[in-house]
Design a protein around this ligand. Sequence first.
Ligand code: AHG
Ligand code: MN
Ligand code: MN
Length: 335
Amino acid sequence: MKPISLTRFLIEEQRELGRINSDLRLLIEVVSRACKAISIAVGKGALGGVLGSAHSENIQGEVQKKLDVLSNEILLEANEWGGHLAAIASEEMEHPHAIPHRYPKGEYLLLFDPLDGSSNIDVNISVGTIFSVLRCPDGVKEPTEADFLQPGTRQLAAGYAVYGPSTILVLTTGSGVHSFTLDREVGSFVLTERNLRIPVETQEFAINMSNIRHWEPPMKRYIEELLAGKTGPRGKNFNMRWVASMVADVHRIMTRGGIFIYPRDLKQPLTPGKLRLMYEANPMAFIVEQAGGAASTGEQRMLEVQPTSLHQRVPVFMGSKAEVERVSAYHREQQ
Ligand code: AHG
Ligand code: MN
Ligand code: MN
C-alpha cells in the first residue's frame, strides 16, 4: 500500500469522515510544518549554533535555552498569518500572543510547549513539542488569558512531536491517536501507526526518584509497593525509566505501557507539581485517554480540572489505566 502522508490523512478526516473542518486541518498542517523546522534545528546541534543558554528567563523563572526561544519563534511565525487562529499561548510567553491586525483572525486558540525537555538539549537526548487546540469563545474578538482557561475536555485537537532518533508526530482530534514519522528526504510526515492503544498490562514506571524525600505519603506508598517487586504486595517486579523529557517518557508509555508521574512534592509547597496544566498535562492527557489510558491529578480526572491561570502547575499521573486508578485511589484515601 502507498504511504499515507499527514496531508492526505487530514483531508480524509475532513472529507470522508467529517471529523475536522478545513481550518482545523490547516492548523494541524501548519503546526506540523513548524515541527519539521524545529526538528531540523534540533538535528543541527552544535553545527547550527543552537545549543546552550539564551541567557534569559521565562515567566516561570526558568533559564531559557536558545532552542526554547527559537522553537517558540518558529511556531509563532508559522501560525500567526494563516487566518485560522484567534490567539496563541506558550510556555515561553507570559501573556497570550495576539494575532497581528494585518492578518485575518480565526476561531481557534493554540497553546504549546515549544520545546519540552530543555535540560536534554545539550546532551543530545530526545526533546519534543506539545500542542493543544481550543475554540475561542463565541463573540470574542481580542482573546485574553481568561478565554484560554477552559478544561481539557474542550480540546479539539492535541499532539506532540518527539525529536529523537527519528522525528515523530502523534496526533488526536478526538477519534483515536495516530502516529506519523518524518520522511526526512521527502520532508513529509507519513502515517506509521493508526489507532495507537496503550498496553493494559505494565511493569514499568517513570518518575524522578531523587525527589522521594519530598513526596506525600500516598506517593511513597505506591512507589514502595512497586519497588518491593515479586515478593511485595504487587507480586511482580517493576522496571524504572526516566528520560526527563515528558514527551519521550509518555511516548514510551504509549508504545509499551507504564505510568508517568510528576507528583506534588513538599520541596515547593506552593506549587502543586512541576508540569503545566494547559500546554503539557492537558494535551498529553487527551492523547493518553484517546489511546485507552487514563490521566489524573491524583484527585480528579486531568481533563476536568477547571484552569485558574495560563501557567498553573498540576500533579500528573498518566498511562495504563489500572495503575493511574490505583495511585489515584491511594491519594483519595488520604483525604
Ligand atoms: P520543559 O523543558 O518544557 O520545561 O519541561 C521539562 C519537564 C518535563 O519534560 C520533564 O518530564 C520534567 O520537566 C523533568 O523534570 P526533572 O528535572 O525533575 O527530571
Ligand atoms: Mn515541558
Ligand atoms: Mn518547554
